[in-house]
Design a protein around this ligand. Structure first.
Ligand code: PGA
Length: 227
């Protein structure tokens, strides 16, 4: 399939950024610039912190934006006495998607494959679509997920510094991952308006996880309007 005809998924991964009022401001800016973005060839998913999920859903509706809402994690437990945890059912009230297995959670919170499997189970029970992050071609790809995002840790959070993975290498890793799963494959790691061009030519790329370049309305708009 040619890059101009395939529909791509763009995921804004806001990480621990944005209050609800900043969410309102961001989405209002996106509404004002929506005419610059071709929304026919892409799906746009905003993954906010739990605290902004409600405002994300509200303002997306209020501003008639053709966007989806997602969370960045889910509890490995269901509803119950798990202080501080947020269950799949609680997320489902506001969101359709959830990111699971991001390398920052492995790095800072020591999340294990066993926990990731439990989280996938909880997400599916709550009828959430799962975006599973994997770090390389040897990572385990669990069943039941809707997307698999290849995100090499060395390429993450280098927005502005420029250490994205080489598109040829991305292509090789995605080919290896395609042997393990039939779901659409995404790339994430320092994707912005300039670096994206190389990945658009990688046939198996079906979308992008975008961190740094999704934080400012203008950089996200530039990225979305560049393809
Ligand atoms: P980055 O983050 O675009 O800032 O590298 C991507 C991610 O961690 O999902």
């Amino acid at each position: 399939m040619n890059s101009t005809t395939k529909k791509l998924l763009f995921i804004a991964n806001w990480k621990s950024h944005k209050t609800s009022s900043e969410t309102h401001h961001f989405l209002k800016e996106l509404q004002a610039s929506l005419s610059q973005i071709n929304t026919k060839n892409k799906d746009i998913l905003i993954c906010s912190s739990y605290t902004s999920l409600e405002s994300c859903k509200r303002y997306i509706r209020e501003f008639s934006l053709p966007f989806f809402v997602g969370a960045q994690d889910v509890s490995e437990f269901g509803e119950g006495p798990y202080t501080g945890e947020v269950s799949g059912v609680q997320i489902r009230e506001f969101a359709d998607y959830v990111i699971i297995g991001h390398s920052e959670r492995k790095r800072y919170l020591h999340e294990t494959d066993e926990q990731i499997q439990k989280k996938i189970k909880q997400a599916l029970t709550a009828d959430l679509k799962v975006i599973l992050c994997v770090q390389d071609e040897n990572s385990q790809v669990f069943q039941g997920v809707s997307y698999v995002a290849y995100e090499p840790p060395s390429a993450i959070s280098t927005f502005g510094v420029g250490k994205p993975d080489d598109p040829e290498h991305v292509s090789k890793v995605l080919q290896a991952l395609a042997q393990k799963t039939d779901v659409p494959l995404l790339y994430g790691g320092s994707v912005d308006e300039t670096t994206i061009q190389g990945y658009l030519n990688v046939d198996s790329v079906r979308g992008f996880l975008v961190g740094g370049a999704s934080l400012k309305p203008q950089s996200f708009i530039s990225l979305l309007s560049s393809c």
